[in-house]
Ligand binder design. Sequence first.
Ligand code: SF4
Length: 196
Amino acid sequence: MTDDSLAALLAQIRACRQCPLPHGPRPIVQAGRSARILIIGQAPGSAVHASGIPWDDPSGDRLRAWTGLDKTVFYDETRVAQMPMGFCYPGKGPSADLPPRPECAPLWHDRLRAHLPELRLTLLVGHHAQERYLPARPKRSMTEAVRAFDEAPAGLFPLPHPSWRSTIWMRKNPWFEAEVLPVLRARIGWALTKII
Ligand code: SF4
């Protein structure tokens, strides 16, 4: 596969009109063939839908703080790819944003990942990504999945979604900051070795 075929796939994704969406389609995706890290989030929120920039909101600020990635690296498609479970903003539900459109990941994820041969680390941000990519474990909560991060298959790293709720969750689960984030940053450093 070549850069040209990745460019063609990204153009196809950006032109996708598969789902009925209350605010219209605006697929948010970032990928380069040499990317070492893939971030699989949930779905863009309204701010990201407006700007067109992945994680361009307070959740993104928290994710960058957790990972230790500054914006220069985070938005460098040659090092970091961004592929949410739903590429477009799904709209608001009664109490929060709606879940990612279910059509999206089955339609695009495998095709896009096939263009990322250098991946060393995939961050599974939130339970939607964890449900798709971690081995099925009945009744395991997001907290349990994150706590068992070292049991995830090689190259996969589960994280909570870094929404405002995660600040409360972190206070209740201090092991995340003390035990998980140092390992996460070490794995990110390893994944980017030789290209920083
Ligand atoms: S959410 Fe995904 S499948 Fe739906 S329109 Fe956007 S890119 Fe297409």
